[in-house]
Write a protein that binds this ligand. Structure first.
Ligand code: CA2
Length: 145
């Protein structure tokens, strides 16, 4: 891990990508998205630490530790986007730039997806662009660094 490593966090159920609901989330697996992130970062002289968890507390601990090891965070909080004050608080304290990423456009879906606890903590927001949104978020984070 170097000071030029971006932490990419993926929340609950994103490990299932590519297996169901491709009309909403696309056909790419999370592993495909990881490779896309690595390629994008390499072209910018950056490294990627790519993670997924189904556990809120684990994600909070990763965010807390990011200050020492990572230069920025990209996060697709998945369902925790809409529920987690704990992730909101951790991101507010993290001390590095944050990009909020969503494959779909939550604000154009069910009303319960319209509110994001992550939104006010992030400097960059990319939604509705599928896997390429991860790439765009990394490029925008690189511009901030
Ligand atoms: O659009 C996004 O990236 C979301 O963060 C995805 C979350 C959803 O709760 C947010 O509102 C928007 C859901 C991730 C579930 O992942 C699946 C993977 C494969 C099949 C079905 C769902």
């Amino acid at each position: 891990m170097t000071a030029k490593t971006i932490l990419i966090i993926n929340g609950p159920n994103l490990n299932m990508l590519g297996t169901r609901e491709p009309e909403i989330y696309g056909h790419q697996s999370l592993h495909d998205i990881e490779n896309l992130c690595r390629d994008t970062a390499a072209g910018l002289g950056l490294d990627i630490d790519f993670r997924q968890s189904n556990h809120e507390g684990e994600i909070v601990e990763w965010i807390q530790r990011a200050r020492d090891k990572h230069c920025a965070i990209g996060i697709n909080g998945a369902a925790y986007t809409h529920t987690s004050l704990a992730i909101h608080d951790a991101l507010k304290l993290c001390g590095v730039p944050v990009a909020e990423i969503h494959l779909s456009e939550p604000k154009q879906r069910e009303e319960f997806r319209h509110f994001s606890y992550i939104e006010p903590t992030a400097q960059i927001h990319v939604s509705g662009k599928g896997a390429s949104g991860y790439s765009e978020a990394i490029q925008k984070l690189a511009e901030l660094l």
